[in-house]
Design a binder for this molecule. Structure first.
Ligand SMILES: [Mn+2]
Length: 257
């Protein structure tokens, strides 16, 4: 039987995790191992200097699950190294509260959890939902979860090339309003971070990385563009970070003293 591991970076109580676990259920056996708190923007973590705990918990619908004080990527490693004894056929991470596009991929706990699975040789999909800032109603994760199930089904049918994951992002739209799937490239994010300096009660400064949320550049064919057009964005992401096109020019630098 197909065995799917589900994790996220928003934490075990996140509604996106529950929606995802429920939507994937028809595809096989689902194991959930997710962080016990929010690890958004934690990057790719391997915890080496403290022990990791794993607890038996239940999702809101009663589904048995496991939670850990480790990072999303730790959760994947724990599962693959034996916490989940059965062979895992697919890892799906999400559904993240907020899109993961452009350079977000280097920060994202959602995406780095998928990277961890790929390092273990297990195909992986990261799923993120674009949550509009001005939204008063909480966004419904069901349409995104339905699309995640479609993408997961494709990955189980076709497999993925070595060192490759799929980064799925969805606009916050009802399922019928989704315009379909676009295969995209990693786009360009525009960060608007500002340093916020404050004083603690003893007069010493401390800092926040503040500022408004990032925007993006809507170049046709990119992940950010697809979301802005109402499409589900599927970007194949490779773990080979080599700048291949720069290698020849780099070789021409003065390497001999
Ligand atoms: Mn998150």
């Amino acid at each position: 039987m197909t065995h799917i591991l589900v994790t996220n970076d928003d934490g075990i109580t996140s509604p996106g995790l529950l929606a995802l676990a429920q939507a994937l259920r028809p595809l096989g056996e689902i194991s959930v191992l997710a962080p016990d708190h929010n690890w958004s923007a934690s990057g790719h973590v391997k915890t080496l200097h403290k022990p990791l705990r794993v607890r038996h918990v239940h999702l809101e619908d009663g589904t048995p699950a496991l939670s850990s004080d480790g990072a999303p990527s730790d959760c994947v490693a724990l599962a693959m190294l034996g916490i989940i004894p059965e062979k895992i056929d697919l890892l799906v991470s999400g559904i993240n509260a907020g899109m993961n596009v452009g350079h977000d991929l280097t920060y994202s706990g959602t995406v780095t959890a998928a990277m961890e699975a790929v390092i273990f040789g297990v195909p992986a999909v990261a799923v993120s939902l674009d949550l509009p800032e001005d939204q008063t109603e909480p966004c419904d994760y069901t349409p995104a979860a339905r699309m995640a199930e479609r993408v997961a089904r494709q990955v189980l049918a076709h497999g993925l090339p070595k060192d490759t994951l799929l980064n799925l992002n969805l606009p916050c739209l009802p399922y019928e309003k989704l315009r379909g799937v676009r295969i995209t490239r990693q786009g360009l994010r525009v960060y608007r971070d500002e340093l916020v300096r404050r004083l603690d009660p003893r007069g010493k400064p401390y800092y926040w990385i503040g500022g408004p949320p990032p925007t993006g550049i809507s170049e046709e064919g990119s992940d950010f563009w697809a979301l802005s057009q109402g499409y589900a964005s599927v970007t194949p992401v490779h773990l080979d970070l080599t700048a291949h096109e720069f290698m020849d020019a780099l070789a021409l630098w003065e390497w001999e003293e």
